[in-house]
Design a protein around this ligand. Structure first.
Ligand code: HAM
Length: 413
């Protein structure tokens, strides 16, 4: 059996209670987001590589090292989606959603792919719930989206949640800040890790993310973007904070918060859980007012987040998972009753009942055992004397005409 094929590294099957827990998560997300006017969107699992290269940014780890990219056989470069924001923005443009009332509010749930080194909470295929609001730069959009994610995490029961918040300002303010930070990093070059030193030109902000002790010491005194915001950006950030304060959502302002994607402007935030260990990010996002232009559209502001399904479930207690109720379990005592039994189960389902047919070739005794395991309310066994119908709750059993079974399971034996 040594050559049995297994799941690829960093992927896994979802079944049993895990599948039920996911379903419950999806129900919470759907209820909370749709109540706030977010409509479901699904985009393709793969897109043109250029969408992510331009949208997510050439200098990010995601684009540089983590994308599953391949030729589609016709000379086009295709990439399995590593994230959902660039695809939703593409869909907004492609479907002319600028003609709809703005902002357009969308949510999604699906699989995403990043070729990372797998560890607890980090996989190569993972699932995200995400929400995006495109077409408004109102800070209330930012605050509302953050509140909605907080609500979802609370509904699922995610433990030890913290919210950190910051603002990156506009690209202009950030360019000025970036130059200042680069000069600062160069002045302290000898104390930095090689990795950070090599990226001073490309992505100096990543230095805030480093684990290297020397780099960390240097970064403690580094200039902060939050102190360099322009007036409008500062006002935007203050309004977001005021709205969050107003609904009593606790957060910390973290001037060192860096997100791994390039498209962010102004608000950025992250929910972390100390229950997760190293990969503590449960969900995060921010504003991306330049992204749509980046992928060839007109200037259009946007804001959103995504949260990892596996990470949310890892940090929440498993919900009680009862099997779905089963009204009727149908079996037959002799092979000649198989067709009628088959029809009875199908008719029962068409009439709106839940019904399962005995498909394992079990004896009568085995049938009752299996029906009990499946949580059946009634068991019908077709045989020579008509149909033996048993109420599994009371234990009462009667022989009835097969065509009255449906009547009995609705009105009682
Ligand atoms: P992100 O922070 O890269 O943002 O991913 C969001 C969440 O996806 C993370 O907080 C984490 O829970 C989960 N996640 C990411 N990578 C992995 C992985 N390898 N294994 C397991 N879970 C993972 C985005 O993707 C942005 N599109 C969010 C956004 C939406 N920003 C604006 N709108």
């Amino acid at each position: 059996l040594s050559d049995r094929i297994k799941t690829p590294r960093g992927t896994s099957d979802v079944l049993g209670d895990d599948a039920l827990a996911r379903e419950q998560l999806e129900r919470h997300a759907k209820r909370i987001l749709e109540r706030a006017g977010y409509a479901r969107i699904e985009t393709p699992t793969f897109e043109s590589t250029a969408l992510f290269a331009r949208g997510v940014g050439e200098s990010t780890d995601v684009v540089q090292k983590e994308m599953y990219t391949f030729d589609d056989g016709g000379g086009n470069s295709i990439t399995l989606r590593p994230e959902g924001t660039a695809p939703v923005c593409r869909a907004y443009l492609e479907n002319g959603m600028h003609k709809l009332p703005q902002p357009v509010k969308l949510w999604y749930l699906g699989a995403f792919f990043r070729s990372e080194r797998p560890q607890h909470g980090r996989y190569r295929q993972f699932w995200q719930v995400g929400a995006e609001a495109i077409g408004s730069d109102d800070p209330a959009v930012d605050a509302e989206l953050i509140v909605l994610l907080a609500e979802i995490l609370e509904a699922i029961g995610v433990q030890q949640v913290r919210l950190v918040l910051s603002s990156l300002g506009t690209p202009d303010a950030r360019a000025g800040y970036k130059a200042e930070l680069q000069a600062y990093l160069r002045a302290h070059e000898h104390d930095l890790s090689a990795d950070v030193r090599d990226r001073i030109d490309l992505n100096p902000l990543r230095a805030f993310d480093a684990d290297h002790p020397g780099t960390k010491r240097v970064m403690e005194a580094a200039p902060r973007m939050l102190d360099r915001l322009g007036d409008e950006d500062r006002e935007h950030f203050e309004t977001v904070r005021r709205l969050l304060d107003g609904v009593g959502l606790a957060y910390e302002v973290d001037t060192t918060l860096v997100r791994g994607l390039d498209y962010y402007t102004r608000t950025v935030f992250e929910f972390t859980s100390d229950a997760l260990g190293a990969q503590s990010g449960v969900g995060g996002g921010g504003r991306y007012d330049g992204l749509i232009e980046q992928i060839g559209g007109p200037h259009t502001p946007g804001m959103g987040w995504a949260a990892g399904v596996e990470r949310m479930l890892l940090t929440s207690p498993s919900p009680p998972t009862a099997p779905p109720p089963l009204d009727l379990y149908v079996a037959y005592a002799k092979p000649e009753y198989k067709d009628t039994a088959f029809r009875l189960a199908a008719d029962a389902r068409r009439a709106g009942h839940s019904a399962q047919l005995e498909l394992g070739g079990r004896s009568v005794k085995g049938t009752f055992k299996q029906a009990d395991r499946a949580g059946a309310r009634y068991v019908a066994i077709l045989g020579d004397e008509g149909t033996a119908l048993r109420d599994m709750e009371s234990g009462e059993q009667r022989d009835v005409e097969t065509d009255t079974v449906m009547h009995h399971i609705t009105h009682g034996l």
